[in-house]
Design a binder for this molecule. Structure first.
Ligand SMILES: [Zn+2]
Length: 116
């Protein structure tokens, strides 16, 4: 006998390749496409709805995500859906996530400055 939780986990893990170097759970199924800011995030169909796989996976393991929180890819790998390790998908406040994005943007910019 398997619970709904086990079934969801199995459904996701069937399409995941674990990276032996980084430990990322790389989604090999469909994504949100390759355009725009929300691009390239894993997507799947669950109970007739299209959902973000990293959110489905995280919620399945840890429960509901409160309104002021969101999930952040600490490993900076959008395809990663790993829920059980704080170096991969982690729940953070919206504020913290925006700050991290800004830090990443600045880091990118200073690289470009060095290269130009
Ligand atoms: Zn990862």
């Amino acid at each position: 006998m398997s619970s709904r939780r086990d079934r969801i986990r199995a459904k996701i893990m069937a399409r995941v390749e674990i990276d032996p170097v980084t430990g990322c759970y790389n989604w090999t199924g469909p994504t949100s496409g390759n355009e725009g800011r929300g691009a390239d995030y894993p997507r799947m169909s669950l109970d007739g709805q299209t959902v973000a796989v990293h959110k489905a996976m995280w919620t399945n393991e840890h429960g509901f995500i409160p309104g002021k929180k969101e999930l952040d890819h600490v490993c900076r790998n959008r395809r990663c859906v790993r829920p059980d390790n704080e170096n991969h998908v982690q729940m953070v406040t919206r504020k913290r996530n925006a700050m991290r994005r800004e830090e990443a943007r600045r880091a990118r910019m200073s690289c470009e400055e060095i290269l130009s």
